[in-house]
Structure formats: structure tokens, C-alpha cells
Design a protein around this ligand. Structure first.
Ligand SMILES: O=C(O)C(=O)C[C@H](O)[C@@H](O)CO
Length: 263
């Protein structure tokens, strides 16, 4: 059973942590940190299929649900990531209901979809040791799509209403860029759009999520109904933590660290 999927459907806030260091060692460390989910980032992290496989194996040592973000909305990639055992997917840059529906079909076996049947040699079925996998895969699968531009916001209700879409992630950085506020997701226009999207999704009865390291904002989003919120990234924790330690001994980064990010 996919406890993460059940929890967000029931509106139980799931606290996540972003993994972009692209290695199983840090995923194994974070898998036991107590988060409800870990995002394995194959879009912006230097990841490929084998590396994500190793991170899925590392995540299995803990209790957090691994959520795999694909690099792009691609049917063949969905097949590959599902076969290696990902069961909660985040698809970036979805702009229309038609694109969302295509991703639903990519996750389902015929006759409801176009997912190729390779479970006999796949980790997802534990190499056919799970003899019911073909029957149970769809129920366990959780498909999350990203809305992160003006056009997608205009289509938000249609996207969220697609049968098989289990949640919508609002991408603050790309949304800020498309709204004309590159690098400034905290801009009032961007924040207004995020709050509006959370309200729309709540009204539609659909789970919403995002990534935000500002803890006050994260709590606000959760109070307003967001149900899967990542509250930081491994890269940021390591980079800023290392810099802060160096500065305590009179050292520190040679370059000004960019501010205004959300994580
Ligand atoms: O657009 C966004 O914001 C996201 O998609 C989330 C984060 O930016 C993530 O991409 C980390 O950079």
C-alpha cells in the first residue's frame, strides 16, 4: 500500500526533503531522518536511471516514500522508472489536461494505458516474486504533476480533474520565471499565484504540494491545505551549513551566495 498516496488523499500533511546530491549514501542518511517523503530529483539533480535505482534501494532502508521526479514528461521514461521500482512520480512542466492524461496512460497497463509490460525482469515486481504486481501496480501508483507556468495555472482545474492525477505540485521557481520574476519566487505576484492555486486545488478536493524552505511560509501553505510540502534540500543544507561553519572560524565562501531562493 502507498501510505503517502493515502495520506495526501486524506489531507494529512506529508513533510518532505529534496534530494539533489544524486547519491545513495545521502539518501540512506536522509531516509532515516524522519521525513514522510524524499524527492529524488532526476530533473535538476545530476541523476540518471541507474543512479535513481541506487537511491531507491537506499530509500528502502527508511520510512520515507521516495518520490521520483522525471526529467521530462516522457512515456518511455515513465516505463523505465516504474520498472525499477518507483511508484510515486512527479512529472515537471505539465501545462494542459491532455499532457496530464498522457502521463496517466503512461503509468497504466493496457487496456487503461500504454505502459509496456516488463515486470518479469523488473525490480518493481521484485523480479516476479510479487506475483500480483500486474494487478496491484495501478492502485499503489501515485502520479503527481507540476504546474509551474502561467498557462498551466490557467488550466489548473482541468489538469487537477484528470482521472489518475493524484496531486499537483506548484513549482515556485519556474512559476516565478514565467511570471517575470526570475529568481524571486517570494515576489507578491508569485506568492499570490501559489496561494490561489492551493485554494483552487482545495476547492477541487485535490492534494497540492510545493518546495519551500521558509518555515513560516511552509506552515502557512499547510494550514491553507497543502498536503505534500518539501521543507528543504540536501544541497542547501550541506552548502549553507558548510559555509556557516567555515565562517565561524573566520573563513567562508569566496563568492556572495545568491539570496531570494525558496529552499
Ligand atoms: O519550479 C520549482 O520551484 C520547482 O520545480 C521546485 C524547485 O525549484 C526544484 O526544481 C529545485 O530547484
Amino acid at each position: 500500500m502507498n501510505r503517502f498516496k493515502t495520506a495526501i488523499q486524506q489531507g494529512q500533511a506529508q513533510i518532505g526533503f529534496w534530494q539533489a546530491l544524486a547519491n545513495p549514501y545521502t539518501v540512506e542518511i536522509c531516509a532515516g531522518a524522519g521525513f514522510d517523503w524524499l524527492l529524488l530529483d532526476a530533473e535538476h539533480g545530476p541523476n540518471d536511471l541507474p543512479l535513481i535505482l541506487s537511491q531507491l534501494q537506499a530509500a528502502a532502508t527508511g520510512t520515507a516514500e521516495p518520490v521520483v521526479r522525471l526529467p521530462v514528461a516522457d512515456t518511455a521514461l515513465v516505463k523505465q522508472y516504474l520498472d525499477i521500482g518507483a511508484r510515486t512520480l512527479l512529472i515537471p512542466m505539465v501545462e494542459t489536461a491532455e499532457e496530464a492524461a498522457a502521463m496517466v496512460r503512461a503509468t497504466r497497463y493496457p487496456p487503461h494505458g500504454v505502459r509496456g509490460v516488463g515486470s518479469a525482469i523488473g525490480r518493481a515486481s521484485r523480479w516476479n516474486r510479487d506475483s500480483d504486481y500486474l494487478k496491484t501496480a495501478e492502485a499503489d501508483l501515485c502520479l503527481l504533476v507540476q504546474v509551474e507556468c502561467r498557462r498551466a495555472l490557467d488550466n489548473l482545474e482541468a489538469i487537477a480533474s484528470v482521472e489518475g492525477v493524484d496531486g499537483v505540485f506548484i513549482g515556485p521557481s519556474d512559476l516565478a520565471a514565467d511570471l517575470g520574476h526570475l529568481g524571486n519566487p517570494g515576489h507578491p505576484e508569485v506568492q499570490e499565484a501559489i496561494l490561489g492555486a492551493i485554494a483552487t486545488l482545495k476547492r477541487c478536493g485535490r492534494p497540492s504540494g510545493m518546495l519551500i524552505a521558509d518555515q513560516a511560509l511552509a506552515r502557512t501553505y499547510i494550514e491553507l491545505g497543502a498536503s505534500f510540502v518539501a521543507v528543504g534540500t540536501d544541497v542547501t543544507v550541506l552548502a549553507r551549513g558548510a559555509e556557516a561553519l567555515a565562517e565561524r572560524f573566520g573563513r567562508g565562501p569566496k563568492h556572495q551566495v545568491a539570496s531570494g531562493g525558496v529552499y
